[in-house]
Design a protein around this ligand. Structure first.
Ligand code: CP
Length: 308
């Protein structure tokens, strides 16, 4: 694999190998301090980010590499009308690998078709977010000990949430997964996912609009933010934004070993009184994001050196 555009670019074996490498990095980070010495990562963020961009940059620096790029497209020549293709042709002269976030679905794929160096999709519109999914899988593997035989509740904005879409693609391939889709009617999972990977892989699926009634069945609860930036109409966003607010009292109905995940940022969907509950793993999850991104950077750079 040269680029990572969507999670299905990776086989289950490749995901296992990345998770093993990330485990090793966690155990012995000193061994990887120079792993990408003299290599440069460019982070091109045409959309806001805190975790994805900073974890990529932190990962690269901790691997002995260098970082350049932009966090705000208004500071780039995109504002003068430069195309993504020309931006990539430019940046590949200065960097060995590129992580790119863009509001247009498919922009990282288009970039990968023009790029000599590996492109990592750091989120494209409401489409894919494969490195968040690697983060989620690594978190589940570490905290639950397995990626199979789990009841996974996906709660909130299942329509626009790209982290949910990528996670559905990824986990559908593992044995014994049941998804419980928890959303308001207006924010249900798109048909291309229910008719695509869920049907193809014969995944067990239940759908409900009630979080409380299903909480007790779940091994993993994946909360998501209602994606304000993808709504055409502010009134609809305001009506739907607080559809689900998980609080500590509700957790009385949950399993003692429930894993509560959230890709973050959160708005209101998890009350602050949940944060101290041992089942709240979302802050650990974002730390794991840096580690699995280290594994990905090492792996893509190794492949790229072999392909050159
Ligand atoms: N989870 C995630 O993509 O967070 P950021 O938008 O802060 O990068």
């Amino acid at each position: 694999m040269k680029h990572l555009i969507q999670i299905s670019d990776l086989s289950e074996q490749e995901i296992d190998e990345l998770i093993s490498l990330a485990d090793d990095i966690l155990q012995d980070s000193a061994r990887y301090r120079e792993a990408l010495r003299h290599k440069t990562l460019a982070t091109l963020f045409f959309e806001p980010s805190t975790r994805t961009r900073l974890s990529f940059e932190s990962a690269m620096l901790e691997l002995g590499g260098n970082v350049l790029g932009f966090a705000d497209p208004n500071s780039s020549s995109a504002t003068k009308g430069e195309s993504v293709a020309d931006t990539i042709r430019t940046v590949e002269c200065y960097a060995d690998i590129i992580a790119m976030r863009h509001p247009k679905e498919g922009a990282p794929l288009a970039a990968s078709m023009k790029s000599r160096v590996p492109i990592i999709n750091a989120g494209d519109g409401g489409h894919h977010h494969p490195t968040q999914t690697l983060t989620d899988l690594f978190t589940i593997k570490r905290e639950k000990g397995r990626l199979t035989n789990l009841v996974v509740g996906l709660c909130g904005d299942l329509k626009f949430g790209r982290t949910v879409h990528s996670l559905v693609h990824a986990m559908s391939r593992y044995d014994g997964i049941t998804f419980v889709l928890i959303s308001p009617e207006e924010l249900t999972l798109p048909d291309y996912l229910t008719e695509g990977p869920l049907k193809r892989d014969n995944v067990r699926v239940a759908a409900t609009n009630s979080l409380v009634s299903t909480l007790g069945e779940l091994d993993v609860l994946y909360m998501t933010r209602v994606q304000r930036e993808r709504f055409f109409n502010e009134a609809d966003y305001v009506r739907l934004k607080d559809s689900y607010i998980l609080n500590r009292a509700m957790l009385e109905h949950a399993k003692p070993d429930l894993a509560i995940l959230h890709p973050l940022p959160r708005v209101n969907e998890i009350a602050a009184d949940v944060d101290d509950d041992p089942r709240a793993l979302y802050f650990r999850q974002m730390f794991y994001g840096k580690i699995i991104r280290k594994a990905l950077l090492i792996s893509l750079m190794r492949n790229y050196e072999c392909l050159k």
